[in-house]
Design a protein around this ligand. Structure first.
Ligand SMILES: [Zn+2]
Length: 276
């Protein structure tokens, strides 16, 4: 058996092909183990998430492939610049039919509302607060099949739109949505495209958004623990059927949620140190 065949057989046996591993691609996650004296890391002048000595960097989906820089700060305030490479990734195209034309070509009043909502949401993604408890494990917030993966280039009613900035999980209306890990509820509301929406701040720039809910079960200012029900699946806003749209943001960039789940999985016995 050739080495390649051996690797393929091994991967199919242990299911490695199903894992969305961290990948330094547009919309992906770059990870690097930090020297012990590093206390802070920045990327494009924004602080980066550090978990158990691992820097976890969110890469914007519109980033060009090529070399990028991270700045590491040590305890004494000394900085070191390290570079890493972003590789190209071509996301598939997805065509969708939206019944309500205003959800594809909003009118002037809608645009005023959309701009004001966008400002509110952008402010959420800039948050960088303290982590109150371990981020591991970071769990999928709803049970169901992925009806639309992250990053698909979207064509709505034959018109190109922004790439899909989250993961769509299909579920029946009323199915529970749970917090992937502990968080502060920082914004709730009814938004033009996103319908009933919740933002959770998990700390250190890890922000998540839940859209199209039929019902919200939390209020702004609430704290939630991993597994707490925050709302119910619905089809409010621009949705072709009941599903959860889940966005995950790191250092201000929306990234593939499956990669974040993979990076924040509990280490297997005998691998790496156990997080505190
Ligand atoms: Zn979606």
């Amino acid at each position: 058996m050739s080495n390649l065949v051996r690797v393929l057989v091994y991967c199919s046996l242990v299911g490695l092909h199903t894992l969305a591993r961290a990948q330094a691609v547009p919309g992906g996650v770059y990870t690097t183990t930090l020297p012990a004296n590093v206390v802070r890391v920045s990327y494009h002048d924004r602080p980066v998430l550090i978990v158990d000595g691992l820097a976890i960097v969110g890469i914007g989906i519109s980033t060009d492939p090529g070399d990028q820089k991270l700045t590491l700060f040590d305890q004494a305030g000394k900085t070191t610049v390290v570079s890493f490479t972003i590789f190209a990734k071509q996301y598939p195209e997805q065509r969708l039919s939206i019944a309500n034309p205003r959800m594809v070509n909003p009118n002037e009043d809608d645009l005023v509302r959309i701009r004001s909502e966008s400002t509110k949401m952008q402010a959420q993604y800039r948050r960088f607060s303290k982590v109150e408890s371990s981020l591991r494990p970071f769990l999928k917030p709803a049970q169901g099949v992925t009806s639309s993966p992250f990053g698909h280039r979207r064509i709505l009613n034959d018109q190109p739109r922004n790439p899909h900035s989250g993961l769509d999980i299909a579920a029946v209306a009323g199915a529970p949505i749970t917090a992937p890990t502990a968080a502060l509820v920082t914004l709730t509301g009814n938004f033009f495209f996103n319908g009933n929406t919740i933002f959770l701040d998990h700390g250190q720039g890890l922000i998540t958004m839940y859209c199209h809910l039929s019902e919200l079960k939390v209020d702004e200012g609430d704290t939630v623990e991993r597994g707490d029900i925050i709302g119910l699946v619905g089809a409010t806003g621009r949705a072709t059927g009941p599903h959860l749209h889940w966005s995950v943001s790191l250092n201000g960039n929306r990234v593939d949620p499956e990669q974040v789940i993979s990076v924040l999985a509990l280490p297997k016995r005998g691998q790496g140190k156990v997080p505190e």
